[in-house]
Design a protein around this ligand. Structure first.
Ligand code: SF4
Ligand code: SF4
Length: 75
């Protein structure tokens, strides 16, 4: 019998972490606590005074969700 090894296609980081944290901009009060908490600097304050996420950097750790005082972040 001939055995064939099937190699899974490469998955990019962005595809692997498609569940990027979601931000409710209407609820965010711009306190910046999540920005300080993110271990990979994926969060940054935007010109509108709300936080934004760089989906290419977020590793879906959930740390920011736990520190938001107004529950504006979710996974
Ligand atoms: S889920 Fe983790 S990596 Fe993604 S933005 Fe929040 S703290 Fe940063
Ligand atoms: S911790 Fe919550 S309220 Fe504060 S900047 Fe982040 S998302 Fe906005």
């Amino acid at each position: 019998m001939i055995r064939v090894n099937v190699v899974a296609p490469a998955v990019t980081k962005k595809e692997a972490y498609i569940m990027v944290v979601k931000i409710d901009k209407d609820t965010c009060i711009g306190c910046g606590q999540c920005v300080d908490t993110c271990p990979v600097q994926a969060l940054a304050m935007q010109d509108d005074g709300k936080v934004g996420v760089d989906a290419a950097l977020c590793v879906d750790c959930g740390a920011c969700v736990g520190v938001c005082p107004v529950s504006a972040l979710s996974m």
